[in-house]
Design a protein around this ligand. Sequence first.
Ligand code: UD1
Length: 418
Amino acid sequence: MDKIVIEGGKPLNGDVKISGAKNSALPILFSTLLAEGEHKLSNVPNLADINFSLKILEALGAKTVFSNNEVSVEIGKTLETYAPYDLVRKMRASILTLGPLLSRFGNAKVSLPGGCAIGNRPIDLHLDALKKMGAEIEVSEGYVHAKCKRLKGAKIFFEFPTVGGTENILMAATLAEGETVIENAAREPEIEDLGNYLIAMGAEISGLGASTIKIQGRESLKASNHKVIADRIEAGTFVVAALMTKGKIEIQNIVPKHLSSFIEKIKETGAVIEVGESSLTVDGSNTKNLSPVKIVTAPYPGFPTDLQAQMMTLLTHAKGTSYIEENIFENRFMHVQELVRLGADISASTKSARVNGPSNLKGAPVMATDLRASASLVVAGLAAQGTTTVNRVYHLDRGYDNIEEKIRDLGGKISREK
Ligand code: UD1
């Protein structure tokens, strides 16, 4: 199994171009199931999760080509409506095949996505909403079996603003009969990006980015073209890397307002960050002591859970005690013990953690446990004195396009060993 070896203590300096957002590209790829024809997507990151998605689309009968961050998906008049366990189990987002297949073909059999290291992650909210739209749903032998004549528009209230649930229902509603209103919808920029592609395909949607979204169902949609938005989580990870290594990085090709709550917290630590139109410049070269802060993860526009691990790593450099509360997933502190191995002083219970700083991190072998935890360990390794080996690095390949080369271009010493 591959591992990443980092010689830490070198400042990262220069420019980095951020790739397209994984969490936009995945739902948009699955939305192609809604319309016949050739869909052309650009700024698609080259990631393991994207390749899993393309395999799923191919298994359903699509033809796909992926090169130079561009994807072409050719969708036929008819498709398979069965997404098997072997493909689905690799990635939870594959449950996003359910809404489009059911809505377009009136039936779908999709494997339950299964467990996940960061928490239980049920799909009850997706299924309840589809039932409200008239679907008959049975869960048996590890599969969701869903059928309907034609989905009917309905009023859906999510008791929690689920990202995947909002996406599944948004897609399903575009071909339903009549109007669907989603209340307490998730407001993540990636949902807006998906909605914009659905609109490009001919869907009628209002309220994207707000907590009430209205969709007027159409008889059919048409394949179109779309450029995926930048990955705000990758951008935030490089902000932390600049500050941790006391370097200066210009982070380019991004939408800074997608990172507002994160940028506010970075400013609260006293770090120097300049917000441009489509860039952020972070200068850690003169940073002496960062101030401790309190982080509470919340649905967008709150502080993103996907940047919690990286922020915790940064706070090991702040002078004093920082508090972190994780409200989205029940098991998202697995990086704590690994950061402690690198010399951090952190104590955590299930939902909250205290970080006492500043700590001088020292290189050690560590284990990546999930995608964002892996990123936090790489960033910690870049700042630590000596050698850090990050094992189980396949998690990182699921979500960061070309991360080693980007780090090397900034002057970091990082390599991969088999
Ligand atoms: C998406 C993101 C993930 C991010 C998360 C929260 C993608 C591919 N993944 O995941 O990177 O960390 O949003 O911002 O976009 N829940 C239920 N029942 C449901 C659905 C969700 O209880 O039917 C719970 C989950 O267990 C979790 C919470 O709601 O505790 C948030 O889940 P959700 O917003 O659905 O996240 P994902 O779409 O899985």
